[in-house]
Design a binder for this molecule. Sequence first.
Ligand code: 3PG
Ligand code: MG
Length: 400
Amino acid sequence: MSALRTLDDLLAEGVSGRRVLVRADLNVPLDKQTGAITDDGRIRAVLPTLGALVEAGAKVVVCSHLGRPKGAPDPQFSLGPVAGRLGELLGAPVHFATDTVGDSARSTVAGLADGQVALLENLRFNAGETSKDEAERGAFADQLAAFGDAYVDDAFGAVHRKHASVFDVPARLPHVAGRLVLREVEVLSKLTADPERPYVVVLGGSKVSDKLAVIEALLPTVDRLLIGGGMCFTFLKAQGLEVGTSLLEKDMVETCRNLLERSGGKIMLPVDVVVADAFAPDAAHDTVRVDGIPSHRLGLDVGPETVAGFSAALSQAKTIFWNGPMGVFEMPAFAAGTRGIAEAITKADAFSVVGGGDSAAAVRALGLDESSFGHISTGGGASLEYLEGKTLPGIAALEN
Ligand code: 3PG
Ligand code: MG
């Protein structure tokens, strides 16, 4: 990887009075009922970059996506509440534009004084942001680029997307990596280049199909791969076990069998699981051995023996990467597996990286001390694709 130009390079040039367009990933989880922000980790993660620009007297124009609106305004995905929270955290009002590149955005940007911050409405309210059509994306990128004299990418969670604000805008403006993007890339490159061993990876989450590429890429590199979460049931099925009504990707069973055969014993699967009558917080539940899952029940967490076994493997590790919860941690009855693994990671004498929006949110939702992890990545898909060795459009654009 060629060296990235960084925020410090831009600050050294002087940004006072200049408009700096910052792509952030402010895609925070919202409460389904109230719309309130349930985890502001991604907003806090971008504060070092924004604070430095404010301090240096830049006119800071922040843009982001939130959720997956379909190329048109959709009030449930408005960044309005995020503007409020960002202002609280910065200790100064954030001027919110009610559109992304329209009249409101133009007048908001034009009205910024030195050291003030604006936030544009959701990038994905515009079809051009995510378009596969270069010209459509380019036209939107032109409009965005008109709001900046320089561009800072601090949206690590979105660097794997070939979107206008991530890929096309940096081709139009002087561009640098923000503090968050730089730190994420430094940490993840350490994992791929020369991890201290043993290197143990823990993967959870619901779907094998989402993780297949990273499993393939990691198998030759890691010393141990611990698999929990909903996706463990497809692996258990591949071992010939019955999994009741647990999550199962039937078309992946053969693939999992093949991975297990090729893994040279590196893959560790649960030995016990918590099974329930239904996917509900108050469902009746018990812990059973993996060869005793009743046909009418579904697994919603890994069991205590699994936590003990995985924890023993983690206690030996010198490098740990963790992506994906071990169970339905949002429901207290099925949170013990995720909590136990997270605690084992914090206790290990290892450099630990938590990858992913969901795992990072789990750490905070479970009340664990964030500072006891080596690094908590703000990118889920992005960190996995980085570890897969893929070219990330947002990083490639900064390198050019
Ligand atoms: C994420 O939450 O993974 C990032 O913000 C990217 O969002 P996306 O998967 O909708 O592109
Ligand atoms: Mg995602």
